[in-house]
Design a protein around this ligand. Structure first.
Ligand SMILES: [Zn+2]
Length: 240
């Protein structure tokens, strides 16, 4: 049971990192970082506070390293709060969240993504609202780019679907001619969307990625190899 929860400032050089202190039935001081990135220090009931201060000072390098690791991890998982960075077609936009009764909506205004949600909306609601913005934007770009590439390949594209995919940027079903595009393409430069479109249309001719596949794709998009490497280099996704 906690009898006190004090907040300490760790002796960082440029910034203070708060450390939550809890007195507990423990033999030794124990410092840990929580899932939400907070530092918690447990100290024995009767230990003097300067023991905690000395301990924190000794752990300074560990604290800094954990904080960097946490920041890195946290940057992968957006919280959808004002100030978050929203990757948008290769640019980094700033998220502005407004809580207002009524329908949730989101829009891009210059360098800002404005998300308006009813008060108390959770992470999922925020994500769904932003996904709608991404989907609309991807649809708009596809409506402009797909006919251009279909003409280049002299094909008639089949039905188009957009969804979030874990391991692929796009896919093509040569039998039904259906094309699927990953919603995450909206985070990357539009040139990669063009690459994925051209890649998937090439599957209308060759279902696999053999030499003929690459020869045809490169004849329409000479930079295909470097685009593929760049697109796949930063994540596990492949063009499919
Ligand atoms: Zn493929």
């Amino acid at each position: 049971m906690d009898i006190s929860r004090n907040k300490f400032d760790s002796p960082g050089e440029n910034q203070k990192i708060p450390i939550y202190l809890t007195r507990k039935q423990v033999r030794h001081l124990r410092l840990r970082i929580t899932d939400s990135g907070e530092f918690h220090l447990s100290i024995p009931w009767r230990a003097p506070l300067r023991l905690a201060e000395g301990f924190i000072e000794e752990q300074r390098d560990w604290i800094t390293a954990q904080q960097d690791r946490y920041r890195f991890r946290a940057s992968d998982k957006p919280r959808y709060e004002t100030g978050d960075v929203i990757p948008w077609w290769g640019a980094n936009l700033r998220l502005e969240v407004q809580e207002k009764p009524g329908r949730a909506k989101s829009e891009v205004l210059g360098e800002v993504v404005r998300l308006t949600v009813p008060p108390g909306s959770d992470l999922e609601k925020r994500q769904r609202t932003l996904d709608k913005l991404r989907k609309n934007s991807l649809e708009t770009r596809l409506a402009a780019l797909l006919p251009k590439w279909a003409a280049a390949f002299e094909v008639e594209p089949g039905p188009v679907r957009i969804r979030r995919m874990k391991s692929r940027w796009g896919s093509c079903n040569p039998r039904t001619r259906a094309l699927t595009f990953n919603l995450e393409l909206t985070t990357r430069d539009p040139k990669y969307l063009e690459y994925v479109i051209a890649h998937e249309l090439t599957h209308y001719f060759f279902p696999n990625h053999g030499p003929e596949f690459h020869a045809l794709l490169a004849s329409k998009l000479p930079a295909e190899r470097s685009l593929r490497r760049e697109l796949n280099g930063r994540g596990a996704n492949s063009a499919g």
